[in-house]
Write a protein that binds this ligand. Structure first.
Ligand code: ATP
Ligand code: MG
Length: 234
């Protein structure tokens, strides 16, 4: 589904991503882990067009993504959530879900029904008319995922969905991810919550200073000395 080849991103003299290559197959979850500043968010920003890559290519279902603007990338079928949620704070929950899709395909009535169903599924329907700014941090992350789901993207980039989120809400999140995966969606999951990454990911990529230092399944990563050293020191 996604093929990243020799991706590079520099900020002046700082090379945040150094010639990174990886693939995300259909119907799979790629876990992207690494210490703070290792380049995880930068990779996501390059994929969805917030940043212009300094080099390399990103292909999505054989179409070139590199150089496209974020709304084009979204339209191609790549959705994302942010490390710090970016909701419209002075709009209601249901408006937050509707604003990006209104006028795109279905009728407003059908879109509203879809938004209400998503909110009901995570027990937020009862506060559908509250302003987004009234939500807790964890709830904002969840509403951001619902907003992404309104687009029905094939690939979803999740940046730290579990950070600062209570285990009960993490479970709601995880259930949503598993349900979407069962429907054929793929994910890139960036998280410092190793237990969740190990449990959810089909394949894991470990970044250190913008480079892959290890990749494999959870068992391989957990026992890899380079990973242990990068995370815990010698
Ligand atoms: N817009 C920017 N301008 C300058 N430097 C940046 C910018 N965005 C990221 N960087 C730098 O790129 C490097 C990678 O940052 P990035 O945000 O991708 O890390 P991360 O792995 O997501 O870290 P964290 O786990 O803390 O979220 C860091 O050194 C950071 O300072
Ligand atoms: Mg980050």
């Amino acid at each position: 589904m996604l093929e990243v080849s020799n991706l590079q991103k520099s900020f002046g003299g700082l090379v945040a991503v150094k010639s990174l290559s990886f693939q995300v197959p259909d119907d799979s979850i790629l876990g992207l882990i690494g210490v703070n500043g290792s380049g995880k968010t930068t990779v996501m920003n390059c994929i969805n067009g917030i940043y212009h890559a300094s080099g390399g290519s990103i292909r999505f279902n054989a179409q070139e993504v590199t150089g496209r603007r974020p709304h084009d990338v979204t339209r191609m079928g790549i959705g994302r959530t942010f490390q710090v949620p970016r909701l419209f704070r002075r709009l209601t929950l249901v408006e937050n879900l509707l604003i990006p899709v209104i006028g795109t395909r279905s009728s407003n009535k059908a879109l509203t029904a879809q938004a209400d169903a998503l909110l009901a599924e995570v027990d937020l329907y009862r506060i559908r008319d509250n302003y987004a700014e009234e939500l807790s941090g964890g709830q904002q992350k969840l509403v951001e995922l619902l907003r992404v789901m309104m687009f029905d993207p094939a690939l979803i980039l999740l940046d730290e969905p579990f950070a600062g989120v209570h285990p009960n809400l993490c479970r709601v999140f995880t259930d949503q991810i598993m349900k979407l995966k069962a429907k054929g969606k793929s994910f890139i999951l960036v998280s410092h919550d190793m237990t969740s990454v190990y449990r959810l990911s089909d394949h894991i990529l470990v970044l250190d200073q913008g480079e892959t230092i290890a990749e494999g399944d959870a068992a391989a990563i957990q026992s890899n000395p380079a990973v242990v050293e990068a995370f815990l020191g010698r």
